[in-house]
Ligand binder design. Structure first.
Ligand code: HEM
Ligand code: HEM
Length: 219
């Protein structure tokens, strides 16, 4: 058990972060190359202003027509993502690990706040899960892999929460937490979860293509 823990919190952690960052970089480089080859013509009218405004309107809550059409789920998506990014980045325990490893860390929030955000995240994830079951137009587009990705995104939260509250054997929970986080990091570049960077490219493109060129902006 101790060997497994040492492996997961040492070499496996390095490997996961290298695959995560390197994989995302390669995926962006590959798609950029492909777009230069296949869709070169779109670059003629690329427009940073329209691209930026399109991104912004999808990042602010209820900032676009499509988001306003389904405000309940739009808010659930928003809350889901804010917690998903804020908790791992600003959690005190994580930042202590960063400081020990590299001597640098981000500001951290009080444990009581991260605890609440963790519960809020899990509720938001359940709402998004129910949405996939209940909305016929979403269910028809849903494959088993979509459920797996939602589950993978939620597992580090569930295991982190259980470890923090010392539910069950602590070592086992910590191993489950680190393992689930590493699996998530490794899967991100090779799945739809790569939208964490690709979103910005597709949104910018849709912004200048639909908004500026075809006069059909969506906000
Ligand atoms: C991959 C490396 C990671 C390591 C080494 C790590 C380590 C830790 C540690 C030591 C704790 C504190 C447990 C305690 O207080 O006893 C913790 C808690 C937590 N971690 Fe991680 N973590 C990692 C990744 C992640 C990721 C990627 C996420 C989310 C996507 C995440 C979400 C959480 C949450 C939600 C908590 C509990 C917060 C609370 O309920 O107060 N962790 N983690
Ligand atoms: C800044 C970064 C991110 C942005 C801008 C973003 C944006 C979005 C958007 C617009 C959707 C909705 C897609 C739809 O209409 O169905 C979505 C869904 C989703 N995102 Fe992100 N995302 C980001 C980061 C992440 C990360 C880091 C993860 C996981 C580790 C993640 C996990 C998910 C999941 C699981 C869904 C689908 C939920 C469902 O099954 O309904 N996102 N994201």
């Amino acid at each position: 058990m101790n060997n497994l823990y040492t492996f997961l919190s040492g070499p496996a952690l390095w490997a996961a972060f290298i695959i995560f960052i390197g994989g995302l970089g390669l995926r962006v480089a590959f798609l950029f190359g492909l777009s230069l080859e296949r869709d070169r013509v779109f670059y003629n009218h690329a427009d940073a202003g329209w691209g930026f405004r399109s991104i912004l309107h999808w990042l602010i809550p209820l900032g676009s027509v499509s988001l306003r059409e389904q405000p309940f789920f739009a808010v659930a998506f928003y809350v889901f993502h804010v917690c998903l990014l804020a908790v791992p980045l600003f959690l005190l325990a994580h930042n202590i690990l960063w400081r020990e490893a590299f001597g640098i860390s981000l500001p951290s929030m009080a444990d009581s706040v991260s605890d609440i955000l963790t519960i809020v995240f899990i509720i938001a994830a359940l709402v998004l899960l129910l949405r996939r079951f209940m909305r016929p137009e979403v269910r028809i587009l849903t494959s088993a892999w979509d459920y797996v990705l939602l589950l993978l995104s939620a597992l580090p939260f569930v295991t982190g929460f259980l470890a923090y509250h010392q539910v069950g054997p602590y070592r086992v929970m910590m191993i489950a937490h680190i393992l689930s986080a590493e699996v998530l990091l490794v899967v991100i570049p090779f799945s739809k979860l790569a939208h964490m960077v690709l979103f910005f490219f597709s949104r910018a493109f849709i912004g200048f293509e639909m908004g500026q060129r075809r006069g059909a902006r969506t906000w």
